[in-house]
Write a protein that binds this ligand. Structure first.
Ligand SMILES: Nc1ncnc2c1ncn2[C@@H]1O[C@H](COP(=O)(O)OP(=O)(O)OP(=O)(O)O)[C@@H](O)[C@H]1O
Length: 299
């Protein structure tokens, strides 16, 4: 697996206050990698350092083998990014905006503009003025602009901020497609957990400027394969305390729930039968990423 981005014990202090306290992790070719963390965790600061908008205090960032400390232009030249809202000329068309950008960054051909516009699905509206665009269309235009110079690594800070569910789904689709079909590595930040679950292959959880965990999204959600099982029972007739003591059960109006691994289900069923508890139904409530995230960050 090829490493596209490597953070090596990156630290940042602002006015003597440590904000980022030694982050180390790698991002691979063709993966969508998420930065997940509560407000103020340090996601934007980390992204600003990766894209070269902010100096690192200590450590190094290596992009496609180039160190940001030793070869700044070489390293950041591989990146396409939307960090702050991309500046667009509202009274020019989308196409004119891209053309303007291409003129400022030599070597971008008109064919490339057409290619990225098609890729982000803006071909129909590209000759309309930007002030007529919806927020989602502006985001797509920003995405097209960031793709013009063929970046190896695409970085988007809160890419779905302010978008409606359809817009979010659309951006998500584009990012997954870029990773899958073009082998691009994509980094997105968000505090929206459900969204990360749908978009990312792996996520780094950041809290207080520290890395709490980097995990494959599926492992993260299904870690230990513990699920909440809800048992619908008849009257528990005074057996509530036994359930709490033996299974750490939560008593509900018409039964109880327990957090157990799948293999334990037959075991608990047997003991319920032995204990004369009638069972009318069993269901699972798999833990959401949100619940897992809260568990991890609570400690
Ligand atoms: N220029 C600055 N001067 C002082 N403190 C700063 C500066 N920039 C960031 N911080 C602090 O660094 C911490 C991390 O901020 P950052 O914006 O990176 O977090 P974040 O995870 O992106 O949060 P959010 O989701 O709210 O955007 C915060 O406590 C913030 O107050």
């Amino acid at each position: 697996m090829k490493t596209v981005l490597s953070l090596k014990n990156v630290k940042k202090s602002i006015k003597g206050k440590p904000i980022i306290k030694g982050l180390s992790f790698d991002v691979h070719e063709g993966e969508v990698f998420g930065f997940l963390g509560p407000n103020g965790a340090g996601k934007t600061t980390t992204i600003r350092m990766i894209v070269g908008l902010m100096k690192i205090s200590e450590g190094d960032i290596v992009i496609c083998g180039k160190s940001i400390a030793k070869d700044f232009a070489g390293a950041v030249g591989k990146i396409g990014a939307i960090v702050e809202n991309p500046e667009m000329y509202k009274f020019l068309t989308g196409y004119q905006n891209l053309l303007q950008y291409a003129r400022m960054h030599k070597g971008i051909q008109k064919e490339k503009i057409i290619e990225v516009v098609e890729l982000v699905g803006l071909s129909d509206k590209i000759h309309d003025k930007v002030h007529t665009y919806s927020l989602g269309m502006r985001q797509r235009l920003g995405l097209a602009q960031s793709l013009l110079h063929d970046p190896k690594l695409l970085i988007l800070d809160e890419p779905t901020n302010g978008l409606d569910p359809a817009g979010i789904r659309e951006i998500r689709g584009h990012l997954r497609k870029l990773a899958r079909e073009q082998g691009m590595s994509v980094i997105v930040s968000s505090h929206l957990l459900s969204e990360m679950e749908l978009m990312c292959d792996r996520i780094a959880i950041i809290q207080n400027g520290e890395l709490i965990d980097v995990q494959n999204i599926n492992d993260f959600v299904h870690q230990d394969k513990v699920s909440s099982y809800v048992f619908e029972t008849g009257n528990l007739g005074g057996k509530e305390q036994w359930l709490r003591d033996k299974w750490d059960a939560k008593i509900l109006d018409d039964g109880f729930s327990v957090d157990i691994a799948r293999e334990q289900v037959p075991v608990i069923l047997r003991s319920l039968i032995e204990y004369d508890i009638e069972i009318f139904g069993i269901g699972t409530a798999n833990k959401t990423l949100e619940e897992r995230f809260l568990e991890v960050t609570a400690n």
